[in-house]
Design a protein. Sequence first.
Length: 365
Amino acid sequence: MKKILLVVGARPNFMKIAPVYREIVKGNHFEPILIHTGQHYDDKMSKIFFDDLELPKPDFYLGVGSGSHAQQTAKVMIALEEVMIDKAPDVVVVVGDVNSTLAASVVASKLHIPIVHIEAGLRSFDRTMPEEINRLLTDSISDLLFITEESGRVNLRNEGVAEEKIHFVGNVMIDSLLYYKDKAATSTILSELKLVNKEYTLVTLHRPSNVDDHENFRKIIRVLAEIQTRIPVIFPIHPRTRKMIHTFGLDSRVEELSGLQLVDPVGYLDFLKLMMHAKLVLTDSGGIQEETTALSIPCLTLRENTERPVTIEIGTNKLVGADVDRIIQESLAILDGRGKSGNVPPLWDGKAAERIVQVLMQKFI
Ligand code: UD1
Ligand code: UDP
């Protein structure tokens, strides 16, 4: 049986690989080998997702941990090269745009193993974002590129990628969302956090441009300080962001805001439930822009650009940058019921993984 090696490393990878893994097992045409690089390692950034998404224990856990970009990428490459040489897979699948994605692609490419990139073609056109570099490089050496929205085709075409490598299949992240929505509905997180349906704002932040920049982070705290006077704010906080609050000495400033609840990152099912019942979502996450669009929940993205334009063009997402007044104004409009409505993008129907595996069978079996 042909061997297919699937690589995950960071939180947003797990919900993307889960439906693909499930579909591969169901088809029984490939032998899956699941590798976790260990880029994310806290239980609340990693193990909880294997449980929630019913993923098996990875076949290999590389334990690379945190570090500078070069350190982290290099550690994944060194450890993965050994596994790829030993296991000699017929194809390597990578998802998203994290350092583990890039590292795995480079190793596979040098070993002449075909690379499949799921969620290819997204571009923010902002090369100060580490993910943009990961996206450009991964796509340039991938053999099959699965795209989530038509903008991906245009971007890849402009970069000279051959048309026959590109497949518009929909969005595996939305496959997971639709698959787990009913189960998420049974989560008790709202009562645990004393939140009421449609009477809270959900916040996540972790982009270096927002949280590693003292000035921008202070501005965002000013926004949250204002919003929490109008509506309770729940903020499951990413470890990078938690660290920067300490680094910038913002702990007491945040603690004095009685309407703002900071909690550890929550699991997938709990987070889906939090999104489904939020009045407003404020985020700089890539995936959450897509999930709120699929759920028709108003989302304001605290960034100047997005690599996921379909969420702006037809979804409920709006870019608001880092301008305090603008973010507050747009938030209040949504809280007053004047939010933008939206539609679900084409092929975000829960069947992306099915389409992907069909293509994989045609190409590799
Ligand atoms: C990474 C991805 C980013 C993705 C995000 C999803 C890259 C370049 N960045 O960013 O694209 O949106 O994951 O969440 O790949 N830490 C912990 N425990 C963990 C993981 C991280 O404490 O389990 C802390 C460490 O202090 C670490 C910092 O968070 O230095 C940043 O982690 P890292 O994986 O380097 O980048 P993220 O900001 O998580
Ligand atoms: N998520 C989660 N718990 C949280 C925050 C996010 O389960 O506390 C999920 C969210 O629903 C989405 C994914 O994590 O499926 C997004 O990951 P993240 O924002 O870390 O990365 P990005 O998408 O920005 O790369």
